[in-house]
Design a protein around this ligand. Structure first.
Ligand SMILES: *Cc1c(COP(=O)(O)O)cnc(C)c1O
Ligand SMILES: [Zn+2]
Length: 501
């Protein structure tokens, strides 16, 4: 819609002007640094950073109700830079001019109500937010759009040049990093480090197709991360892991969208997120906190973080009820079908700890919960969801398993509505479905295929094995008619079809 047609009172706010002053703040010692530096950890104490806006309180000059209208009207703009996560420009990267924003179609993913069968089976009301419908088929695109726009901003000001971006990945970070870097063509080269044989074929094909340098490393994700940290501390590289605080900013958009999707009403809402490196759950909570602070929402939804029992360091940390006695211990992971979250030493642990405390305080009591689920239940709930019209990955299966677990523990009730993060598309993780259906899941996963789920293709051959159509040799008309009748008859029998009247 043309700007002249927007209501006059909000017209000046529809297209955001670059404003604010962003800075990095260390979660350890509180040191501050300008965002014009390429920085991933504090140069004083090596802790992780978060980005803050020095002028954040200016956002409160606009009443929350007015913000809601601005953001709703902004949906009608046709400006590409404001079609994705930067529709929430003031909350994501207020300093970034529209000309530096990279938009590849990320964000504003569909919120799909659980099928009637699923609602009945779980006894709960819930929706899947399909973040697998992002450009590289996972939520990582939200963070990458933010990180790459910030780099473009530095490139545009000649503050950096010849950028080499690196990341370690459980598969989806590298797909997103390679995609967004390749969009900037010659300005930026990307290299990704993947744990050998610990990403799916689909995930491996993504950075290769985007032209990144792909290195496979023996070990698991946590080992790759150490190598990337070593590289970034000694060489001039841009780190695109969620250690990069810009990633967190971009991923906050998930919460902004949920708030908007539910017409700003967060009463009795529950958001369920799978946890790996804990960047996403940190971002999700931070996003809701920012909207609460600006008066755009008037309460915080409940948050449920889910981990597999094969990779559960965050769950283990919060098992201790006494905050002062909690002590973080990395865990050794075991094979998990929620492979994208198979992390024993989460980079964002200090962020989760800090933000969870803040979130509970702002909620006036405990409002963040962590649950642990079994591998069997991750797989069975994923298959159940997908058999009923959804397109969720194994981590989305983990979310549903987590919701069911939370219900068992009385952490959620029927009067609440849950929003589950389907963090990636089902097809990225179809290998696990394949192994399950073929009863070939290695023992270490501790999953027994339930025959009720197994679904395999069936080859239908004609009575005469010579009479088959091929590209090399077409059948003559008569033989082809025989073939069609034969095959159709066999299918009709298998499906127990009745003749039409
Ligand atoms: C990265 C990833 C996760 C875990 O997110 P964190 O930010 O590492 O906690 C979950 N699901 C999918 C599909 C992912 O790619
Ligand atoms: Zn510090």
């Amino acid at each position: 819609m043309n700007l002249d047609l927007f209501p006059e009172d909000i017209r000046p706010h529809i297209i955001p002007e670059p404003r604010g002053e962003l800075y990095y703040k260390c979660l350890g010692c509180g040191a501050e640094f300008p965002v014009t530096r390429l920085l991933y950890v504090c140069s004083e104490c090596s802790q992780v950073l978060l980005i803050h806006d020095r002028n954040a309180k200016d956002l409160k000059k606009i009443p929350g109700k007015t913000w809601q209208r601005i953001l709703d009207y902004r949906k009608m703009l046709k400006i590409p830079a404001l079609k994705g996560i930067y529709r929430y420009h003031e909350f994501i990267g207020p300093e970034i001019p529209l000309s530096s924003i990279i938009y590849l179609g990320e964000g504003h993913t569909p919120v799909v109500e659980a099928s009637p069968f699923l609602r009945e089976k779980t006894g709960l009301n819930f929706f899947y937010k399909n973040d697998g419908q992002n450009p590289s088929a996972s939520f990582k695109d939200r963070g990458m759009a933010s990180a790459l726009s910030s780099i473009k901003y530095l490139l545009d000001q000649n503050l950096v040049s010849d950028v080499i971006a690196v990341c370690a990945s459980t598969g989806d970070t590298s797909a997103a990093a390679a995609l967004y870097s390749s969009y900037l063509g010659g300005l930026i080269k990307s290299a990704v480090l993947l744990p050998h044989k610990k990403v799916t074929t689909q995930q491996l094909s993504q950075p290769l197709g985007s032209g990144a340098n792909v290195f496979e490393i023996p070990g698991v994700f946590d080992d790759c991360m150490k190598i990337v940290e070593y590289l970034s501390s000694r060489y001039a590289v841009v780190l695109l892991n969620s250690k990069n605080a810009w990633r967190i900013l971009g991923q906050e958009s998930f919460s902004y969208e949920i708030a908007q999707d539910f017409d700003w009403d967060m009463e009795n809402k529950v958001v369920v997120v799978p946890i790996g490196n804990a960047g996403n759950i940190s971002a999700v909570m931070n996003g809701f906190l920012k909207f609460l602070d600006a008066g755009i929402i008037d309460r915080l939804p409940k948050i449920i973080g889910v981990q597999s029992e094969h990779a559960d360091p965050v769950f283990q940390y919060y098992l201790e009820p006494d905050e002062d006695k909690r002590k973080f211990r990395p865990v050794d992971t075991r094979p998990s079908v929620a492979q994208a979250a198979m992390i024993g030493n989460p980079v964002s642990m200090p962020r989760v700890i800090g933000i969870t405390r803040k979130y509970n305080r702002a909620s006036g009591g405990q409002n963040v919960f962590f649950v642990q689920v079994r591998e069997q239940s991750i797989m069975d709930w994923q298959l159940t969801a997908n058999k009923n019209g959804h397109i969720t990955c194994t981590q989305g299966g983990e979310c549903l398993a987590g919701l069911v677990r939370a219900h068992e523990l009385n952490l959620v009730s029927q009067k609440e509505t849950a929003i589950l993060d389907a963090t990636a598309h089902a097809i990225k993780f179809s290998e696990f479905q394949d192994l399950y259906f073929k009863k070939q899941i290695p023992e270490a996963y501790q999953i027994q295929p339930d025959p009720g789920f197994i679904n395999l293709p069936e080859l239908i051959s004609p009575d005469d094995p010579q009479m088959v159509p091929s590209q090399e040799k077409r059948l003559n008309d008569r033989d082809f008619k025989v073939f069609v009748k034969d095959i159709a008859g066999k299918i009709a029998k298998k499906l127990a079809l009745h003749p039409s009247k």
